[in-house]
Design a protein around this ligand. Structure first.
Ligand code: URA
Length: 289
């Protein structure tokens, strides 16, 4: 798995599949635990990410780390990637042809990592991975069973942390949505003991969201790496994708997230992480969705 990711990284680092190859400083492939159950997918690298070659290292990244801390997790325990691996100049919106050029890389990352839950941050990642044009304002906080590149998982759309930095109401919602993640992960995880008792992972059938959960969700969709899902997907929708109340997207200029911006520190420092249930609870007990 690690070798497969490394090989893919090398490939992406040489990519010249779109115009962004000529303006980027560094490719931002993604990073984290290659065995993670939880993956985050953002929009595109910003100034700091482009400089360092790492995802979410600016203010939005600090907020993401605080949000993770609020559920007792660290960024090292998850995998973090973006729709685009190269920074659009001046942090403009990703263009359809750029998303299309980068899309196979993201799908291959997902096929290698096989996360149980993908948290899509903002509109671009949500629309691309759901294959659905419904905006983040409508779908945030609602898990959706789906299949990506043949791998069954939950998509869990939430607002983009960069947008929440400047919109208190969005931040409140983002914190509420993040607080439900441990229960979603517990549902998605194998029951205690299953790992030890069952056959080796490679011989087990692929994990699927439990049947009893699906009735609580939007209809499952299948998004195939090879399928032409983009089409309209990346076209500007009536709903703006950038730093508006709906977006969940990165502010426009690096300066907006550097010195002049207010310190995010909006996430209370250390609420107790919700206890992980011993065994997957019934949805009624969770009261989640
Ligand atoms: N915003 C993103 O969408 N991705 C990053 O890596 C940083 C900010």
């Amino acid at each position: 798995m690690i070798a497969a990711l490394d090989a893919l990284r090398e490939e992406v680092e040489c990519c010249s599949g779109c115009v962004l190859a000529s303006s980027r400083t560094r490719v931002v492939f993604g990073e984290g635990d290659p065995h993670a159950d939880l993956m985050f997918v953002g929009e595109a690298p910003g100034y700091h990410e482009d400089q360092q070659g790492r995802p979410f290292v600016g203010q939005a990244g600090r907020l993401l780390e605080q949000l993770l801390a609020s559920i007792g997790m660290t960024r090292e325990q998850v995998y973090i990637a973006n729709v685009l691996k190269s920074r659009p100049p001046n942090n403009r919106d990703p263009r359809p042809e750029e998303i299309e050029a980068c899309r196979p890389y993201l799908f291959r990352q997902i096929a290698i990592i096989k996360p149980k839950v993908i948290c899509t941050l903002g509109n671009f990642a949500t629309k691309l991975l759901s294959g659905d044009q419904t905006g983040i304002t409508k779908v945030h906080g609602k898990p959706r069973a789906t299949e990506i590149a043949g791998h069954p998982l939950y998509l869990y759309p939430i607002f983009h942390p960069a947008a929440a930095l400047y919109t208190p109401a969005m931040l409140t919602t983002l914190k509420e949505d993040i607080a439900r993640l441990p229960q979603l992960l517990a549902h998605a995880a194998p029951a205690p003991g299953e790992e030890a008792a069952g056959p080796p992972a490679a011989e087990r059938p692929a994990w699927r969201p439990p049947e009893h959960l699906r009735r609580y969700e939007a209809p499952a969709t299948t998004v195939d790496a090879a399928a032409p899902t983009l089409g309209d997907a990346a076209r500007p929708s009536p709903e703006p994708d950038r730093p508006t109340a709906d977006s969940g997207a990165e502010p426009d200029q690096p300066s907006a997230i550097s010195g002049a911006a207010p310190d995010p520190s909006p996430v209370s420092s250390s609420p107790d992480p919700p206890p992980a249930p011993e065994s997957p609870a019934e949805p009624e007990q969770l009261g989640l969705f």
